[in-house]
Design a protein around this ligand. Sequence first.
Ligand code: AMP
Length: 535
Amino acid sequence: MHVRGVDLWPEPLTRDLVEEVHHGRRVRCYGPDRPRTLVEMLERAAARMPEQEAVVDARRRLTWRELHQAARRLAAGLHAKRGVQPGDRVALLVANSAEFCVSVLACATLAAVAVTLNTKLRRAELEYMLGHSGARVLVTDPEWWDEIAPKGAALPCEAVYATRDTPEGTEPLDRLLDCRDAPPAVSPAEDDAAFIMYTSGTTGHPKGAIGTHGGIVNGAMSFARCFGLGPDERTLVAVPLFHVTGLIAQFLTMAYVGGTTVIMRQFNAAGALRLLEAERITYLVGAPTVYIMLMSQPGYRMSAATLRVVGYGGAPMPPDAVRGLREWLPAARLHNVYGMTETCSPTTILPDADAFARVSSAGRPVPTAELRTVDPGTVVECAAGEVGELLVWGPMVVPGYWANPEATTGAMGDGWLRTGDLATIDADGYVTVMDRIKDMINRGGEKVYCVEVEDVLCGHPDVLEAAVVGIPDPVYGEAVKACVVPRAGRTLDPDDVRASVARRLAKFKVPRDVEILPALPRNPSGKVVKRALKN
Ligand code: AMP
């Protein structure tokens, strides 16, 4: 099955689409007067609504004018003090905060590339990403510094700036923000990289997806159009800004419309409900887990009267949760969204009118996307309604993975992104995600690649072999389960197994359940039968 978003949305949303070539792909883009880069989005917002709040966190409130100025000051400082040039990588190990937003926009102002690191990762994971991306500068919050402060070998970065407190080995970020020079007269091009976001993979090391300015602007415009967002929008970021949902679906979409982003440093349901109310939030996007947690709070129905657009995605949304949202927020529009890091967020969006009629569907391709379902691993197209691997074409697809031509060829070599998801597309163009081909666990929207955990488990001196699977979890959708076989004559303790993973990998990758088995179930060709381990 092969469908095009341009054929499926009402005419006002598709009228201005133009065909252009980007990264060798002929794609449909939003109209010619679109902003081309993050810098243009920022400049337009600062010019159109200078005194409107842009970013609000627990410590400060910045208007679009102030955010624009802060980004330019930091850009000037990075250039003057560190010589950051177009194309250089600047790594951010920064929790949700105004500093994060300023840093991303400062990188864009210099046509440099922000490497947005997951703050939950452990030393080995972060060291790999810093080295592989070749980041010249690292901006970090002091609380993550212990995890990466050099113990022996120096970090690959030339300089480390701390957002506060300045622990030993770092310099204050404020010193860069004090810069009185103007930033250099450079500007990124639409096809230039704006960020690198690492996602783990089914083999080898994590892969750095390269988000371009054009891909990100496309994502922001898809949200603005399909959700009907305007300059009065106020969004609450309850998910990480270092992933595409927080960064593109929320903060940069607000940059496109000139709205306001209210930032929670870390999600907690009670605090989020308070902020929905106090900050008069109109627009929310989050993983199903966020909504499940909000709706498990006592008295949640009393809050959030201003919410009018609610997006959920990143993982399958339970139909009960959709029902719960409708009862809680009868006037709000509800939208399932399917997307990936590799598609700069939105690929399909479910119109509100279908939220119940097609409760399992992730919607139809956004106006600039084309989708196909094929027999996995082939280019043989499936019929309508038949399950196949979902492929994506359009300006949202990243041009590749940083310094990883093999992974780039494997995932998008012919221009079509192979999502690794199994889906159907019906005769009306609606996509339903059925399963995954990739050996991955979706824990509340955070992805855990089984092989990564299995590799660490197999490094345990008493483990002979290990297999990791996802098992159902009422709040997170899935949880990590490890099945381990001890070496002959050795015993294994589940807590010790968990601790050995926690020393090397982020907490969300640590198995919730550990089962000790005498052997792993295998099929006649020797492959582990993971299905048999999922109970
Ligand atoms: P990430 O790159 O972390 O954003 O993860 C992308 C993956 O999340 C996709 O390949 C899907 O497996 C899953 N996903 C994203 N959105 C949805 C959705 N609306 N429904 C079901 N699964 C989803």
